[in-house]
Design a protein around this ligand. Structure first.
Ligand SMILES: [Zn+2]
Length: 158
């Protein structure tokens, strides 16, 4: 997942997550991205905003970095004061999360086990979500099993 700061033709800055830069190009070309403030479909990438929402590494590291140098699991929890734009971004994140969780089975800590079974064809493929430790996530990545971190909302952290 990659986060871009986008700006509409009226200068509103919004933020959005994309699978990769190609996904961004496709969605912009199809005018799938609109400004949440004025509804303009004329949005384009602007400079990356500083990361204040710690929305990663709950269900594993992003595919692009299988071995994160620093893990925040047992250090201080990141906190942020959120601007209206961030609030909007957070809402979008929640929608994405709700969509994911509605359309997938919750398997809890059996996630690595279930993901592995599917990968090796022991059980049928389906959408699942659950928990994996950073170590388990790394193991899955090393076995070539694809999965993605579930967006985590700041106030849902442990
Ligand atoms: Zn706008």
């Amino acid at each position: 997942m990659i986060r871009y700061a986008l700006a509409c033709d009226k200068g509103h800055v919004i933020e959005s997550w994309f699978q990769n830069s190609g996904a961004y190009d496709t969605q912009v070309k199809a005018a799938l991205i609109t400004c949440p403030i004025c509804n303009s479909a004329k949005v384009e990438k602007t400079l990356m905003a500083p990361g204040v929402v710690g929305a990663k590494k709950r269900a594993g590291a992003p595919p692009a970095s299988p071995r994160p140098a620093a893990d925040t699991a047992d250090t201080a929890t990141p906190v942020a004061m959120m601007s209206p734009q961030e609030q909007e971004f957070r809402k979008k994140l929640k929608e994405l999360r709700d969509h994911l969780t509605k359309n997938a089975d919750y398997v809890g800590q059996k996630f690595p086990e279930e993901a592995r079974k599917m990968h090796y064809g022991d059980i049928e493929h389906r959408s699942i979500y659950g928990e994996a430790t950073p170590d388990q996530a790394n193991e899955l990545h090393e076995e070539g099993i694809e999965f993605h971190p579930l967006p985590v909302l700041p106030d849902e952290r442990n």
